[in-house]
Design a protein around this ligand. Sequence first.
Ligand code: S3P
Length: 173
Amino acid sequence: MSAHLVLVGLMGAGKSEVGRECAARLGRQWVDTDELAVAIAGRPFTSVWSDGEAVFRGFERQAIADAVAAPEPLVISCGGGAVLDPENRRRLRAAGTVVWLRARPETLAARVGSGEGRPLLAGDPLAALRRLTELRGPAYEAAAHVVVDTDDRTIGEVVDEVVRHCDATARAK
Ligand code: S3P
């Protein structure tokens, strides 16, 4: 199986922007598991989510299985909750280098703004991100090979570090 570069972390961690830029630098294709899940479902995110979070998680699980099965090495940005499922964690870790883009809740809240399009942040995004940071910390830790802190850093700086880790892992194999 290919050695994918996998980005995990909470909403606002920069998984999409960093993922796109890493893919450009590495000459790889970029995939986003939210986009893949919606494509598999064949209907918009809001429609899938309105059937219940568990329905979305089922499509997300399929999206992850499909992404890691790609024969060429990809950059895979995962939805923030993907790592909660132990099977997803196992698959992602086995598929390449998993990087946790970590940030303080205040940083994440500043990046997501009103949290539009993210139902788990409805109401008070900062309070929700504080709670999710507590709840999910152990799952990100269990999923990740590498942690990259993104507070007070530009996308370019974060990408430099992620690509360095990716190269180092590839050399070690
Ligand atoms: C979620 C994060 C979202 C999306 C859904 C649930 C989560 O993806 O999968 O709203 O549980 O953290 P992003 O992290 O790409 O915003």
